[in-house]
Design a protein around this ligand. Structure first.
Ligand code: CU
Length: 115
């Protein structure tokens, strides 16, 4: 009985290790539209969660570099989150109502740059 117990503990450990290895960190980058440092905070905050290991947006290139755990989350779900706080991505457009509430310096669609 004791043997069986220790065997199942070993088995459990092995399974845990295997499933931990299944989670891969994916590094990618995609375009997110925005203007300034406030945008940067908003964008990076939108994807802040434990599955995201790294997120950095560059206001000049408009590129968000991101590293996240797969299959926990997908690029689409990340882009949807960003669009939901008011920033268009390559695939998803922010709702007009959310966009309209952004501070003036963050309004990137009409091409005005106040910074
Ligand atoms: Cu801004």
């Amino acid at each position: 009985m004791k043997k069986l117990l220790s065997l199942s503990i070993v088995l459990l450990l092995v399974c845990t290790i295997i499933s931990a290895q299944d989670k891969k960190v994916i590094e990618t980058e995609f375009k997110v539209f925005g203007n300034c440092g406030m945008c940067k905070n908003r964008i990076e905050k939108a994807v802040k969660m434990k599955e995201v290991k790294f997120a950095k947006w560059d206001k000049n290139s408009k590129i968000l570099k991101i590293a996240f755990l797969s299959p926990g989350i997908t690029v689409d779900s990340l882009q949807q989150r960003i669009a939901a706080v008011g920033h268009d991505t390559e695939k998803f457009k922010a709702p007009d109502s959310v966009y309209a509430n952004l501070p003036e310096c963050c309004l990137y669609r009409d091409g005005n740059k106040t910074h």
